[in-house]
Write a protein that binds this ligand. Sequence first.
Ligand SMILES: [Zn+2]
Ligand SMILES: [Zn+2]
Length: 359
Amino acid sequence: MSNIKKHFLHSRYQVFEESGKPFQFVEKDVFLDVKPGEVVVKILQATICGSDLHTIEGKRIENVPCILGHEAVGEIVEISGRKGFAVGDRITWTIADSCGHCPACIEYGLPEKCSELFKYGHASLASGTGLNGCYASHLFIRKGTHIVKIPNAVTNGIAAPANCALATMVNAIAQLKSKPRRVLIQGGGLLGIYGCGMLKEMGVPQIFCSEVNEGRFDLIRSFGAIPVDTRNSENAANLILEQTSEGVDAIFEVAGVKELIPQGLKLLRPGGEYILAGLVHPDSQLNITAEQIIRKCISIKGVHNYAPWHLDKAVAFLERNISVFPFEDLVSPPYKLDNLQEAVSEARKHNWMRVSIKP
Ligand SMILES: [Zn+2]
Ligand SMILES: [Zn+2]
C-alpha cells in the first residue's frame, strides 16, 4: 500500500523492569511502517513526572518491561496523513491515545477515559512498535493521539511538562462553573504553580497556594499567588479566613494529601467548588461527612488527565505568558539519557519541579 511509509531508525532507550532494578539501556535498529495518522518523533527533551517516580519506587504498577516517560517534546522525523504538520515540526502530544468512537470519546466528552485507552510511558514494550515511552531517542505516536505544534518562543525545557502537568491543570481550571474572586490551591508542586499562573492571567484577585516546603514560596509568588505555610495548618486556615471573611470560592487539591480535604471544606464558602486532581492513589480515604457537603451546598469534582483541547490551551498559555512567568525556573538543565538513573535520584530530592532528560 502506497500510503504506508517505511521508516528506519537507530533507537536508544532505557527499559524499566521492576522497582529496585537499574534501568537497562538498549540500542536497537528499528524498521517502522508509518500508516496514516501515525507520527514518529525524535525526543528533544523529556521531564520526570511524579507518576514516573511512583512507578520507579514501586508504588504504582505498570506493564513491564516498558519505557517510562510521558512528558516530552519532540521533532517529527516521519509522518503520514496529518494535515498541517510536516517533518521537522516541534510538537507535543496528548498522553492518551483514544479510539474516537466509544461512549467516553463521543458522548461523555472524556476521551481520556476511552474504553480502548493507551497511555504513553505506561505501556509494555510488547505493545505496538514498543517505542511507547519518552526516556528514549524516539517515540511512535498513534493515530488517535492529538498533536500540537510548539511555538518558536517556547523552549524544549519549558514545553516538556505541558502534556501532563500543565494540560491537567488547564482541565482542572476549566471545571470552574463561575469565575472566582478568591481561590486556594492546595499544593505548590508543578500543577499548583501552573494553576497560580493561569488564575493570575484570568484576573483572579486573591490566589492562595498552600505548601509545606518553604523553598517553593518564591516560585509561588513569581507565579502571582500568595504562599501559605501549612506546616501549622491551624495558622494557615486562620490566615486565609482573615483575608477572605466567608472563605474561598474555589479550591484546587493538587497536593495528594488526604488530610487537606477536611481543612479545605472549612475554608470553602457556601456554594463553593472543590476540584480534586492530586489524590490519585489508594491512600485517599476522606474524613468528611455528606452533611458537610450538603449543608454548605458545595460541588466536588474529580479531574484525571485531560482531553485534546486542554493541551491546545496549555501550549497557548505558555506562548502568551512566556515573558510573564519564569517557566525556565521549573525545569532542571538536561541530563543525558544514559544518566537516567542519576536524573531520577535528582528528581527524588525535589530541588526542581521537574528534572529533564535529553536523549
Ligand atoms: Zn505525568
Ligand atoms: Zn474511545
